[in-house]
Write a protein that binds this ligand. Sequence first.
Ligand SMILES: Nc1ncnc2c1ncn2[C@@H]1O[C@H](COP(=O)(O)OP(=O)(O)OP(=O)(O)O)[C@@H](O)[C@H]1O
Ligand SMILES: [Mg+2]
Length: 264
Amino acid sequence: MTTTTLPALEARGLRLAYDGRTVFAGLDLRIEPGSVTTLVGANGSGKSTLLKALGRILKPSAGEVLLEGEPIARLATKEVARRLALLPQSPSAPPGMSVRDLVLRGRNPHQTWARPWSPDDAAVVDRALEATGLTDVADRDVAALSGGQRQRVWIALVVAQEAATLLLDEPTTFLDLTHQLDVLRLVRRINRESGSTVVMVLHDLSLAARYSDRLVVLHGGGVVADGPPAEVITPATLELAFGLRARVIPDPVTGTPLVVPEDD
Ligand SMILES: Nc1ncnc2c1ncn2[C@@H]1O[C@H](COP(=O)(O)OP(=O)(O)OP(=O)(O)O)[C@@H](O)[C@H]1O
Ligand SMILES: [Mg+2]
């Protein structure tokens, strides 16, 4: 843990809207450095919208986002990319690109005129491919992979970027359960070993509870619950945010909350 109290990311009075249609009218959020925070909420509750604003790909119509205390809007694009990696919800790869070449793009922010390329970049890419189980398909065309393999290529790209802050929008979509766990364990390992800050979006509440320090529940244009998973995942919050009737029991393996929907 770092001793500074400066948040890794902070949203202040954020107003986020599309063509005048407001998703958030004035949202405040502080993300502590070295923490894993997961945004949860029903479809359309604004998870991707908020993540995009935190990653500077959606401009707020009011308020601001601070990256380690600095207004992110004022930073150079390449500097933002060195410090913050964003996995969007539906990324698309340029046609005809190999897995290795796409993951190598994660190194772009680190290259400068004076240091265009180094063998270290190749080593970082190899490690990212290995960590995501993609070494065997490294020379294949990204378009020729399965949906789950392709999703892991995007994870590898984010890993190769080696940013202090990772924003991951549904990093486990398309993945079978084993690969979902692989990705979440990798995220936690990066968080613990490198001290990276992670903000992600997940739909599986039990997995979110298991792999996060903090859950932020979005509903009705705001945050309706925020805190450690065991405090946030309650039948009342599930009913409010998802219209879901469910029991919450301790996961027999980890003790974290497990959501068991009631039958109708
Ligand atoms: N590009 C866009 N243009 C207009 N409206 C948008 C756009 N993207 C999202 N919205 C709207 O903003 C609201 C929040 O959408 P957002 O994508 O942030 O939800 P989400 O919580 O990520 O949902 P999901 O779980 O389905 O990914 C929704 O009402 C959605 O229709
Ligand atoms: Mg989304």
